[in-house]
Design a protein around this ligand. Structure first.
Ligand code: NAP
Length: 256
């Protein structure tokens, strides 16, 4: 059974993995045996993340490639670099994302477009480049990192909600076009995850008690909660799972 989830010898690229959830997902894939390529735009932060991770794994298992996922030429350069310097890309996690909180009446179009291009267009650009290599080989896994805002709205984050909702349908569109070539494309939609970035929300008594009351599991998620689903969707254990978005949210999206 464990062979089903073994990623030994497989090359994975996780976008936006210099920190946060992406870094945790990269570690989960590496723990399952994958050779992992980290990505981000800040080269110093990325090199530091690579060095920190490389210390925990055998030599040659951790790499990094800085590129901007919102630019088509950069996405092509990044995927080509992986193919030429690390190995055939078998697993892509489209994780890079940003948030921008402003009421819609005050929202500039430039900020709308920045969020849409980072949180949605990037998955098309990097996913398309990855698929161009995966399709001729007849297999590959693409995991798009969505959100509970794929399904639920909140005030002040309109572009994020539009992008994450779009990402679920992009997952389906990729499935419609590429599943017959042996690719499985699925989404992971994390709920509220306790990270460095959300520490201020955890510390906010009112917000924290809203989260606990709104979540059937009555707790925040952790990055470890995402590891199992990510490894499953990257592995042979999910070879007939196509176009699904799995909510890892303690049940938040199934209750009102
Ligand atoms: P984070 O800590 O802010 O990290 C974002 C990562 O994305 C960084 O590595 C950053 O690189 C990279 N990035 C941003 N723009 C990029 C670009 N144009 N090209 C390449 N890399 C870029 O984010 P996070 O909270 O871990 O979130 C990761 C993903 O999970 C996002 O898609 C987010 O929407 C989703 N998510 C998060 C939560 C949560 O509770 N945190 C919940 C649900 C979903 P640099 O370090 O170089 O800036």
């Amino acid at each position: 059974m464990s062979a089903l989830f073994d990623l030994t010898g497989r090359t994975a690229l996780v976008t936006g993995s210099s920190r946060g959830i992406g870094n945790a997902l990269a570690r989960a894939l590496a723990d399952a045996g994958a050779t992992v390529v980290l990505n981000g735009i800040n080269p110093e932060r990325l090199k530091a993340a690579e060095a920190a991770m490389a210390a925990d794994y055998p030599p040659g298992r951790i790499h990094s490639c800085a590129f901007d996922v919102t630019k088509d030429t950069e996405a092509a350069r990044g995927v080509t670099w992986v193919e030429e310097n690390v190995g055939p890309l078998e697993i892509l996690v489209n994780n890079a994302g940003i948030q921008h909180r402003v009421p819609m009446l005050d929202l500039d179009v430039a900020d709308w477009e920045r969020v849409i291009s980072t949180d949605l267009t990037s998955a098309f650009l990097v996913g398309r480049e990855a698929a161009r290599h995966m399709i001729p080989r007849g297999h590959g896994k693409i995991i798009n990192i969505c959100s509970v805002q794929t399904d639920l709205a909140r005030p002040t984050i309109a572009p994020y909600i539009a992008a994450k909702g779009g990402l679920r349908n992009l997952t389906r569109a990729m499935t419609a076009e590429w599943a017959a070539s042996g690719l499985q494309i699925n989404g992971i939609a994390p709920g509220y995850i306790h990270t460095e970035m959300t520490q201020n929300l955890v510390d906010d008594e009112q917000f924290n008690s809203w989260i606990l009351g709104r979540t059937p599991a009555h707790r925040w998620g952790t990055v470890q909660d995402l590891a199992g689903p990510a490894v499953w969707l990257a592995s042979d254990g999910s070879n007939f799972v196509n176009g699904q978005t799995i909510f890892i949210d303690g049940g938040m999206t199934v209750v009102v």
